[in-house]
Design a protein around this ligand. Structure first.
Ligand SMILES: Nc1ncnc2c1ncn2[C@@H]1O[C@H](COP(=O)(O)OP(=O)(O)OP(=O)(O)O)[C@@H](O)[C@H]1O
Length: 306
């Protein structure tokens, strides 16, 4: 039984007003692994997770969570699954410590609240009502609420959004421990470093379907492509494009900061330097490296805003 996937989604379709926002999505998440779901705004990540949580009913396809149906078996799943929603989903009039005490009484073997307090720094605002908490504090409380019942599976929707670096590292540490304890962790994130750091498997979702999946290493090693980054005066992209040819993609994501992706070899570096010299432009800082997960993500999903 425990070898079976913690989450198994097959051909999931969810429509709003006749428009499919999830469109034939397949996903498998295993115990003892962190599965990260990445995708642009509106790609259908939250909708997919909400179908797993029993908050939405699929229009087509099947969703199995710990071998059960998230809607029909909701009562059986509730004590076994931890959920951290994007907007916190917490009652606003209570105080954090009282909320956690209330929740912990609902479980047979709850985690120690003092330990959670310490790990997530909750004591500092234990007596402030949820309504008055900062965004990052609310997120930390929502994570504690998701973990208090020692779930076998946790869904974390952008867990470290809005958190300061200290909190983010505390959250990452907790997520790694959950994984090592055999918990299945499914998280959505827009932070590429979060996915690179934590994920055993990454799925990239766009327009409601999975367009790439694998380990971070598999995704970034997909080709011999490299990324050359350099800094110089702004406005050179067109000249560099002409000098390097169509095989390479030249962008200037921030003024004076350029990337060149593709088959970057010694000759490309030499031609770039020659072009700069011809224009009497100094290249300050030049690096060549493997593509990052962010490069892969942008190549897959494009650069247009959603
Ligand atoms: N109840 C609803 N009624 C109509 N449309 C909805 C509803 N809920 C979500 N949508 C739409 O479905 C699409 C997918 O939304 P979803 O929240 O799943 O995206 P997401 O990938 O989680 O995005 P983000 O990264 O911004 O959180 C969006 O275009 C959204 O506007």
């Amino acid at each position: 039984m425990h070898d079976s996937p913690a989450v198994e989604i097959s051909g999931l379709v969810k429509r709003y007003d006749g428009r499919a926002v999830v469109n034939g999505l397949d996903l498998v998440a295993h115990r003892g692994q962190v599965t990260a779901v990445l995708g642009p705004n509106g790609a259908g990540k939250t909708t997919t997770i909400e179908c797993c949580e029993g908050l939405r009913t699929p229009d087509e396809g099947t969703v199995r969570v710990l071998g059960l149906d998230p809607v029909a078996d909701a009562r059986l799943l509730r004590p076994r699954v931890g959920v951290m929603l994007q907007d916190g989903g917490l009652p606003t009039a209570v105080r954090p410590r009282a909320l956690l005490e209330h929740l912990s009484r609902m479980y047979a073997d709850p985690r120690s609240l003092d330990e959670l307090d310490e790990r997530l720094g909750l004591a500092a605002f234990a007596r402030t009502s949820v309504r008055r908490l900062s965004g990052g504090q609310r997120q930390r409380l929502a994570l504690a609420a998701a973990l208090v019942g020692r779930p076998e599976l946790v869904f974390l929707d952008e867990p470290s959004a809005g958190m300061d670096p200290q909190s983010r590292h505390a959250v990452w540490e907790l997520v790694r421990e959950l994984r090592d304890d055999g918990v299945a962790v499914v998280l959505t994130t827009h932070l590429m470093d979060e996915a690179e750091d934590l994920a055993d498997r990454v799925l990239v979702v766009d327009h409601g379907e999975v367009i790439a999946e694998g380990t971070v290493r598999e995704l970034v090693q997909d080709s011999s492509d490299r990324t050359l980054r350099f800094e110089a005066a702004t406005g050179l992209a067109e000249h560099v494009r002409t000098a390097l040819g169509d095989e390479l993609v030249v962008t200037e994501p921030a003024p004076g900061s350029y990337t060149v992706t593709g088959a970057v070899d010694p000759d490309v570096v030499a031609r770039l330097a020659a072009e700069a010299a011809t224009r009497d432009v100094l290249l300050t800082r030049l690096t060549v490296g493997r593509r990052t997960l962010e490069d892969v993500f942008l190549d897959l999903t494009g650069r247009n805003l959603r």
